[in-house]
Design a protein. Structure first.
Length: 566
């Protein structure tokens, strides 16, 4: 009898152990923020021609996807440099959730997860959480985040700006399928209020900061979503997501023609489907128009987007996408349909909305070098492609190359990219349907009637230290205004200013208007002495010349940022 009791007790312990173990091994379905450095690492490994399955056209990836890619890289770790292997190990510790234990993970409160609680591990390379729960069918992780940012404008010299914020991220997965995340940050600004948006561009479209009616300049950011992912059959994935987070869309190394991510967060519903060589994304999002002090003048606008892509292994990826921006009504059921050609639907709805098409291609057949190209057609240019001076020909294109380990120098990368955007691109006959949100362009930051040469050199000195040097040569043809602020000549250089029938010329040459040339040099060093305590030094010099008025001006600024996450 006693022996039977012992057997039952041991069996119960083993059963409990394996239940707990398996409850920790299911994939995490919440997405990894786009600013995480793991995306840079995976991109470099992809260009190195390792079997990495990333999607630059819609780059957001779940922790489960990143885990799979790290496993593929690990299988070829003998091909990695010393620094690349250290980076791999660093990310394995973070994304192999089932292997998290007291050796590699620290938590401040609670002990259910079995992680270290030693005070000496607070400033270490261990993964850190404030609180963790891991149970059968559910888990959640709580982190506290903060920033201190000091910025200074050197030329012309003005007072400095300080930014401080703190917040939390609460994320996890339920029942192996449903990922969730909530992020909240609250901060304040001291010093120059005008300079602060230069070092933190999100302040340009933050309501609390722009409204500025409180005694202390402050701001807030929030993200949150639910994401359901399933794999009905082998090599097929289907994901549904609703909420808001930073997203990008389309190709582009420095910025993107479709959705750059350098704009207010969009609230969206998204479907992702992948099977074999075929990928499909459908997105319906909402945002707002330009800010008005009179709140009754503010309005909501919607963005509907469909894209399919064909992936030819060891050759290239080819994609075709379309989107429509509309306003002045609620959600239009026509654009909720993912199986429709939006341009024809837009015509059937009496041609009120702003539609666009784009085609793109990215190679994956060369070792250590990648090429990509995007051709963007705004509104309805198909009947005017041969007439490059007609204002209706609102097109843009971008070509680029990414060279990793040039001349067999490990951990070094070079990027080249050229972008050209014709006049009136992103604008629309109805200004409320312009390709914008708040006061920001949703697409490439240089805007219409502009082009840019972008060069970048980046080097990983170690897994803790990364260096970047960027050069941009930008040419703009800007609209011309008189001393009273009246528009004298519309060069199609402003996404918020449409072409005016009768008043503005039908034909407009590229870079017409007030010509501005800029040479921009950017130096950035990122140092992470221990995990998720990051020092970021940024310096930028801009040399501008107004060719039309023969005026030259120089400006420069820099900032030092400390970011931490516990």
């Amino acid at each position: 009898m006693k022996i039977n009791n012992v057997k039952i007790f041991i069996a119960s312990l083993l059963t409990t152990y394996f239940l707990l173990l398996t409850s920790y091994t299911f994939p995490q379905q919440e997405n990894v923020p786009l600013d995480h450095q793991v995306y840079t690492f995976l991109k470099e490994m992809k260009v190195k021609n390792l079997p990495v399955n990333i999607h630059d056209d819609s780059p957001n990836m779940s922790r489960a996807e990143i885990r799979k890619n790290l496993e593929r890289i690990d299988s070829l770790s003998n091909e990695l440099s010393t620094t690349e292997n250290k980076l791999l190990k660093k990310f394995q510790n973070e994304f192999y959730d089932d292997l998290a234990d007291s050796i590699n993970t620290y938590q401040l409160f609670g002990d259910q997860a079995g992680f270290s609680k030693k005070g000496s591990d607070f400033l270490s390379d261990k993964i850190r959480y404030v609180y963790v729960y891991r149970g059968e069918g559910a888990n959640y992780f709580l982190n506290v985040m903060g920033r201190i940012l000091y910025g200074q404008k050197f030329k012309p010299y003005i007072n400095n700006s300080w930014l401080y914020d703190i917040g939390f991220r609460f994320r996890g997965t339920l029942f192996e399928k449903l990922g969730y995340s909530l992020t909240v940050q609250k901060g304040g600004v001291s010093g120059s209020q005008d300079f602060a948006p230069t070092i933190e561009p999100r302040l340009k479209y933050n309501f609390k900061y722009v409204e500025n009616i409180e005694n202390i300049s402050n701001y807030d950011f929030t993200e949150g979503y639910l994401r359901y992912c399933t794999e009905p059959v082998k090599d097929m994935s289907l994901a549904f997501q609703i909420g808001r987070e930073k997203i990008k869309f389309g190709y582009g190394y420095e910025s993107k023609l479709v959705l750059s991510g350098d704009h207010p967060l969009l609230d969206f519903f998204r479907i992702n489907f992948n099977y074999g060589i075929f990928s499909f994304t459908s997105l319906h999002a909402s945002t707002v128009g330009e800010y008005n002090v009179n709140r009754t003048d503010n309005f909501t606008k919607f963005i509907a987007l469909n894209r399919f892509k064909l992936h030819f292994k060891d050759l290239f990826d080819f994609g075709l996408g379309e989107n429509v921006i509309y306003s002045g009504r609620g959600i239009d059921l026509a654009y909720l349909n993912p199986f429709a050609f939006y341009k024809f639907e837009e015509m059937s709805l009496q041609d009120r909305d702003n539609g666009a098409l784009w085609l793109d291609l990215q190679t994956n057949c060369f070792k250590n070098i990648e090429f990509q190209v995007t051709y963007f057609l705004d509104d309805n240019p198909l009947g005017n492609l041969q007439d490059f001076s007609n204002y209706i020909n609102k097109t843009g294109y971008q070509i680029g190359a990414f060279w990793y380990s040039p001349f067999s120098i490990s951990d070094l990368s070079f990027v080249f990219e050229y972008t050209r955007i014709r006049p009136y691109v992103y604008s629309h006959i109805n200004p409320k349907n312009s390709y914008t949100s708040w006061n920001q362009i949703l697409g490439h930051h240089i805007g219409p009637n502009s082009d840019e040469i972008f060069l970048q050199a980046a080097y990983n000195f170690s897994e803790k230290l990364r260096f970047n040097f960027d050069y941009q040569y930008i040419r703009n043809g800007q609209n011309i205004y008189d001393s009273q602020g009246h528009l004298v000549f519309n060069a199609g250089g402003d996404a918020f200013v449409t072409h005016r029938d009768i008043v503005d010329p039908i034909r407009i040459e590229f870079l017409d208007g007030e010509r501005i040339n800029q040479n921009i040099f950017t130096f950035n060093v990122r140092y992470e002495p221990f995990r998720n305590f990051i020092f970021d030094l940024f310096i930028r010099e801009t040399m501008s010349k107004n060719i039309t008025r023969d005026i030259t001006s120089n400006s420069s600024y820099g900032y030092l940022r400390l970011m931490f996450e516990l």
